[in-house]
Design a protein around this ligand. Structure first.
Ligand SMILES: C[S@@+](CC[C@H](N)C(=O)[O-])C[C@H]1O[C@@H](n2cnc3c(N)ncnc32)[C@H](O)[C@@H]1O
Length: 267
């Protein structure tokens, strides 16, 4: 029978010769446990937040933290395509005006990494306070204002973004927004955004939507009234058009996003 002292010596020498492997194993095991906890708790927090925000009334803005908390549900293919379209033309060190910026998720996690100056305007106090509380950074300015009472100045921005918001305005107001974007853009700058298509248009996709677009043609027609260089794409994502129902996408309810980029001539 080996004595206790021999076992201890053996254990010590094993630890000494396998220190790196043991250290690595401990880090992995601890991190994996935290990850499993984070996944479960994130899913619960996402369900609670969604219920609190959408279960009692219909907010005009979306809390994109859900995509971090419960990516299996909210980290959608469609959101990446529309975001990429904006990030792809935003110069490093440039400036971006985010009209109807909502929760500040994109200014914080995407735009402010590249741009030296991000200005985000939204008139909703809840969205504004949420953005300031959760997504503040030195190079982001959040303004609580109606976009029509805000003066962006002349030719100050490399990019003007309007994500998931043009459909919240009437057609005459959509034209006014195009004029604001045109004026705010530097020569050669880009006006970018996206909107969910509603081909049937019998009922609005959300109570806050005032003028939705049936398809790419209708959107292009509007944009071309102000911008000479208009690029549009249509993206069908594997998610449903409504957040409210927990159902799988079918040909009838699949989400189609119309994405645009318009360039102000460089002169
Ligand atoms: C669906 S959210 C989109 C938010 C954000 N762009 C995003 O990608 O998550 C629409 C936003 O438009 C804002 N909005 C609507 N009309 C506005 C107006 N006249 N002035 C400023 N913000 C407005 C709402 O408050 C809301 O935050």
């Amino acid at each position: 029978m080996p004595e206790f002292r021999d076992v201890l010596t053996l254990a010590r020498s094993f630890i000494a010769s396998h220190r790196r492997q043991l250290h690595r194993w401990m880090l992995y095991s601890a991190a994996e446990s935290i990850w499993r906890f984070h996944r479960r708790s994130g899913k619960i927090a996402a369900a609670m937040l969604f219920k609190a925000q959408w279960g009692f009334d219909t907010p005009e803005w979306f809390d994109a933290r859900l995509s971090l908390l419960y990516p299996e549900k909210w980290f959608t293919d469609g959101s990446h395509v529309s975001r990429g379209s904006i990030i792809g033309v935003l110069p490093i060190g440039g400036s971006i005006l985010d009209l109807c910026g909502g929760d500040g998720f994109l200014p914080f996690y995407a735009y402010s990494r590249r741009a030296s100056q991000v200005v985000s305007v939204d008139y909703n106090k809840f969205a504004h306070d949420h953005a300031v509380k959760n997504h503040s950074k030195k190079n982001i300015k959040y303004l609580l204002a109606d976009i029509f009472s805000f003066d962006p100045g002349e030719a100050r921005f490399d990019v003007v973004a309007l994500r998931g918001a043009i459909e919240h305005f009437s057609e005459p107001d959509q034209l006014r927004i195009l004029d604001i974007a045109w004026r705010a853009l530097k020569p050669g700058g880009w006006f970018c955004g996206d909107t969910p298509a509603n081909p049937r248009k019998d009922t609005a996709l959300l109570v806050h939507h005032h003028h939705e677009f049936a398809g790419e043609g209708e959107l292009r027609h509007l944009l071309e009234r102000v911008f000479p260089d208009v690029q549009t794409t249509v993206f069908q994502s594997c998610e449903t058009v409504s957040y409210m129902r927990d159902e799988l996408p079918t040909p009838e309810n699949i989400r189609t996003t119309l994405i645009w980029r318009c360039r102000k001539p460089a002169v």
